[in-house]
Design a binder for this molecule. Structure first.
Ligand code: GLA
Length: 414
């Protein structure tokens, strides 16, 4: 398997630690990484207590971190403008922090809100997860803080609990009413596997082996460079529509709709809710089908499932856009086995499942189609299922004292 991108990110740990030492006058307690994700299938199902099947990208947010004893939280990003943002942990509250710093600060707030004893820290971030591309750069930012704080403050929390804390930060602190898929993917994915998530019981997630190369396949991510913004109300409105439908049906969530009863269920709903419910119910079935095919070792069979999923997002859920539709149709015309938008929608990225070696040809065709339509060229990158959040340095189990303002690393690597 080609894991060079993963190794590239891992080898950036020293450089990130060096920048930290210059910024914060002394060594970090450790360096952690958390990836972005693409979802293979199972879109807009997580907040309906349903199923999803994401993989982690070999693109990570790295964090060099050191605990502080004075309750101050100092944040710096290699990608951010301006210098160090300084906050007080005790003063953190929803609405109090804006911009990118709301995501890491929100995690510290959410840990404290959940009753964990956490203090300040010096944090330096450096990320290769594209932002605004529907690849969960915000979840990567949250999750890397969650795993670092877990270690720095010796919390010992299981991955799904850290994911829940990170989701809480995004919901309550950053104001985005997302489900738990992105955070679960960033923390709990493993290399060469897809994560079978049941959003009702995230702790029961399963790893589904997915050796794309071994099966003669490749996965191409096509970032349309159309920026989406989940905070703009459209996502919240869709979520509210699903919750209203479940309430009208007298069910805890749309996950509880019996697929065999779907025609009858749809007849009982107001017209505007019918396509939402049809998408969620059929999408959950597509996840189940995809997992069965993968368990049988037939990853190529995912192709038509992805393409059907795209049609459902385009025609029923209506979260596609001309650029994502064009990327899907151009990829299919160029021989992709299947393609669909991934993530929340309203732009963002498309994934295309291709025969190994066809990535460049399919990517080239999509780029040509974008040019002909007058769109900016998309960004293309082939991916393989990568590892979830982890400590990169120091090595698992080592302890060392930190410089001024720091403390000893108390927790061991997750
Ligand atoms: C965004 C959200 C997720 C999920 C997807 C759609 O990525 O953050 O929780 O709802 O959209 O599947």
């Amino acid at each position: 398997m080609n894991r060079s991108a993963q190794w590239e990110d891992d080898s950036r740990a020293d450089g990130v630690a060096d920048v930290f030492a210059r910024l914060f006058a002394g060594p970090a307690d450790g360096v952690w990484a958390a990836p972005g994700r693409v979802n293979l299938i199972g879109e807009h199902t997580d907040y309906n207590d349903g199923f999803a099947l994401p993989i982690a990208l070999p693109r990570n947010t790295l964090l060099a971190a050191r605990a502080r004893t004075d309750g101050r939280l100092r944040l710096h990003s290699a990608q951010g403008e301006g210098g160090i943002t300084e906050l007080s942990v005790a003063a953190l509250a929803p609405g109090a922090v804006t911009g990118w710093a709301a995501y890491p600060a929100g995690v510290v707030w959410a840990l404290a809100e959940a009753g964990h004893t956490v203090g300040g820290a010096d944090l330096h971030f450096d990320s290769t997860v594209p932002t605004g591309a529907g690849l969960s750069s915000s979840a990567a930012l949250e999750c890397v803080v969650a795993v670092a704080y877990d270690a720095l403050y010796g919390l010992g929390l299981p991955g799904p609990e850290l994911a829940r804390i990170a989701q809480r930060a995004e919901n309550a602190f950053a104001g985005v009413p997302c489900g738990i898929m992105d955070q679960m993917a960033s923390i709990c994915c493993t290399a060469e596997a897809a994560l079978h998530l049941d959003a009702r019981t995230p702790q029961d997630h399963r790893q589904v082996p997915l050796d794309l190369r071994g099966q003669g396949l490749g996965l191409l991510v096509i970032d349309t460079r159309v920026s989406h913004d989940l905070a703009d109300g459209a996502y919240a409105a869709l979520r509210a529509g699903c919750e209203r439908a479940a309430a009208l049906l007298g069910l805890p969530a749309l996950r509880d709709v019996d697929a065999g009863e779907l025609p009858k269920v749809l007849r009982a709903l107001p017209a505007e809710l019918v396509p939402l419910v049809r998408h969620v119910v059929t999408e959950n079935a597509r996840v189940t089908e995809a997992v069965s095919r993968l368990r049988e070792g037939d990853a190529a069979a995912l192709g038509p499932i992805l393409t059907e999923g795209h049609a459902s997002l385009r025609d029923d859920y209506r979260v596609s856009c001309p650029e994502t539709d064009l990327a899907v149709s151009a990829a299919l015309d160029a021989g992709a086995l299947g393609a669909r938008m991934t993530g929340g929608g309203f732009g963002g990225s498309v994934i295309a499942l291709v025969e190994a070696g066809r990535e460049d040809a399919v990517g080239g065709s999509v780029t040509a189609a974008f040019g002909a339509a007058g769109h900016r060229p998309p960004r293309l990158f082939p991916v393989t299922p990568a590892a979830g959040a982890r400590r990169l340095a120091p090595e698992r189990g080592t302890r060392r004292s930190a410089g001024s303002g720091g403390s000893e690393v108390r927790g061991l690597s997750r």
